[in-house]
Design a protein around this ligand. Structure first.
Ligand code: ADP
Ligand code: MG
Length: 485
């Protein structure tokens, strides 16, 4: 899309607002549980309902979580931040205002790096990240013509992460979003579950003639909750705006919704109807003072972050670039890979191939996270060791892997039980080779007349005879000796 847009003389400009739900046990200003999936309104206390006379009390865990996020993206963590009331009326917001942060957010001036379309690192600015409470949810299904309100979500802590308008294509937007997604999961502050709405995003999209300094008028696409939909929604919106402008029209500043069934965005509300939120500092909450010591203590708890881990994997394990990126996209996958590598004499790249190939394939097939893998890192290392010491070939190993996945025990158990041990006995291989040569005199003659390619045919026959268990290197060598003679 970016190239299509560039071709037509337009530049795409995107800024993202990400809402990451913070993984606290209780809500941001009350003691009610944040557990997902409870019956409606069983987890909303008087504070969440906004009863008169109740007072919010800040959950200090959200301050810690926002602080580590700020440090992870190289931002300034404010020494003093203030909660503000954002006033609007909506049925899912009984108290008439959302507690958020406005002028003094907890995190400002951050950055992260993505790999651009040209393969180069690109810096994306993070304007700010602020703490706020989620609102409730309207429910229409199963209520005939009525609507219901579920306030379990009211008061769930959110970190809203706002980017600079630095993104130049839908692909860059997705790369940025994936990076944020990876970072919040590395930090253990958000589970990143997009189906459950714990990680969602609004995309601000505009276009401008190539070379123009001034930003174009933007539309904001609300509540995108899958990487694929974000990419499609942005691409649709870019196309729509360019078509509109080329036809002499103007883009309206408005909020739009993406309809994934029709793959289009539709207007939701325009700026003229937009709310004036009348932000003001919440008199029920004290400003939050954050000390230098607190920030340094938080810094000391930071885990190795995705970029650093990727660099270390490249340097220490000499992996392919793309593999290092895949393996470090999640901390659990990276840990698994390192455990396999530590327990086997096999080259790290071979371990990487197995984790990215067979293991990921099996996990995807069964819809499992790596933490629930049916083959432990130690067990996979055991399998790789049997390839390494020539007990089995790589091809047979895939068969052993499947049996291990199905619960047939360790690599050694499976190899013994199924008699899969590789045949490395030269005399035994020679006997099979002799048999194959005797059975195919025509092909032997052709080979000897110069049709070298037929070697594959003979190898295939020997492998067939030995059920794939003959050592391929030895088979090749013995065949060439005997056929050449
Ligand atoms: P609002 O208060 O309406 O949400 P902000 O100024 O806070 O607006 O910006 C919200 C997001 O929109 C930010 O991520 C910002 O980078 C992005 N943005 C602002 N102007 C534009 C524009 N012209 N085109 C694309 N994105 C923009
Ligand atoms: Mg906004």
């Amino acid at each position: 899309m970016s190239s299509a847009a560039a071709k037509s003389g337009w530049e795409v400009v995107i800024g993202l607002e990400v809402h990451a739900q913070l993984m606290t046990k209780s809500k941001i200003f009350s003691g009610a549980s944040t557990a997902y999936g409870a019956d409606p309104n069983t987890q909303a206390c008087l504070v969440d309902l906004g009863y008169p006379g109740v007072l919010p009390v800040l959950n200090k865990e959200v301050v810690r979580m926002a602080t580590v996020f700020g440090l992870a993206v190289n931002a300034t963590v404010a020494r003093r931040c203030v909660f503000a009331r954002k006033n609007y009326f909506y049925p899912d917001l009984p108290k008439g205002y959302q507690i958020s942060q406005f002028e003094l957010p907890i995190v400002e001036h951050g950055e992260l790096f993505i790999t651009g379309a040209d393969g180069k690192e690109k810096r994306i600015g993070i304007t700010r990240a602020h703490l706020e409470e989620d609102a409730g949810k309207s429910i229409h299904e199963g209520l005939d013509a009525n609507s219901g309100i579920d306030l379990n979500r009211a008061g769930i802590p959110l970190l809203e992460i706002v980017s600079e308008p630095d993104l130049r294509s839908a692909q860059e937007a997705v790369a940025y979003l994936r990076k944020i997604h990876t970072i919040v999961r590395y930090l253990g502050i958000c589970d990143g579950n997009m189906q459950e709405g714990s990680f969602r995003c609004d995309a601000n999209v505009s276009v401008r003639p190539l070379g123009q300094e001034e930003l174009g008028m933007r539309a904001e696409i609300k509540n995108l909750n899958s990487f694929r939909f974000i990419e499609k929604a942005i691409n649709f919106e870019v196309e729509r705006q360019i078509d509109l402008l080329e036809d002499g029209g103007t883009v309206k500043q408005e909020t739009r919704l993406y309809d994934s069934d029709k793959d289009e965005t539709r207007p939701m509300r325009s700026k003229e109807e937009a709310n004036d939120y009348r932000y003001f500092p919440d008199p029920d909450l004290l400003p939050v003072e954050i000390s230098e010591e607190y920030i340094e203590a938080a810094r000391a708890t930071l885990p190795e972050l995705p970029d650093a881990k990727r660099q270390r994997f490249l340097a220490d394990y000499e992996l392919k670039e793309s593999d290092a990126a895949i393996l470090t996209a999640s901390r659990a996958v990276a840990d698994y890979f390192e455990a396999v590598t530590a327990a086997t004499g096999t080259k790290a790249q071979v371990a990487a191939n197995w984790v990215i190939g067979e293991l990921s394939g099996a996990l995807n097939r069964d819809g499992l996270e790596i933490g629930a893998s049916k083959i432990s890192a130690a067990a996979l290392a055991g399998l790789l060791n049997r390839i390494q010491d020539d007990t089995i070939s790589g091809k047979i190993a895939k068969q052993v892997f499947e049996a291990m996945w199905d619960g047939d025990g360790s690599a050694d158990d499976v190899i013994d039980a199924k008699g899969l041990k590789q045949i490395t006995d030269t005399a035994a291989i020679e006997a099979v080779v002799d048999k194959v040569i005797a059975a195919h005199p025509d092909q032997v003659a052709e080979y000897r007349a110069g049709k070298d390619k037929l070697i594959g045919f003979f190898v295939g026959k020997v492998m067939q005879e030995t059920k794939g268990q003959a050592n391929p290197g030895q088979v090749n060598k013995i065949l060439k000796d005997k056929l050449g003679g």
